[in-house]
Write a protein that binds this ligand. Structure first.
Ligand SMILES: [Zn+2]
Length: 59
């Protein structure tokens, strides 16, 4: 668990996955949603699940 430097919340880093963006893409259709999901899963697990920025401050 790390503290996000951006939104100051204690979060478990996830792969580059932005919940708001995910909702938008999924609303556009299942294909854009899946494409975004696979794109997100290809990166390292160091992103804040709340704001989608890098959460790199170990607590
Ligand atoms: Zn954050």
């Amino acid at each position: 668990m790390v503290e996000c430097g951006n939104c100051k919340m204690r979060v478990t880093p996830v792969k580059g996955y932005n919940l708001a963006l995910m909702v938008v893409f999924t609303l556009m259709g299942i294909i854009p949603g899946l494409v975004y999901w696979f794109y997100s899963m290809s990166g390292p697990a160091d992103k804040c699940p709340v704001c989608g920025k890098k959460a790199a401050q170990p607590v």
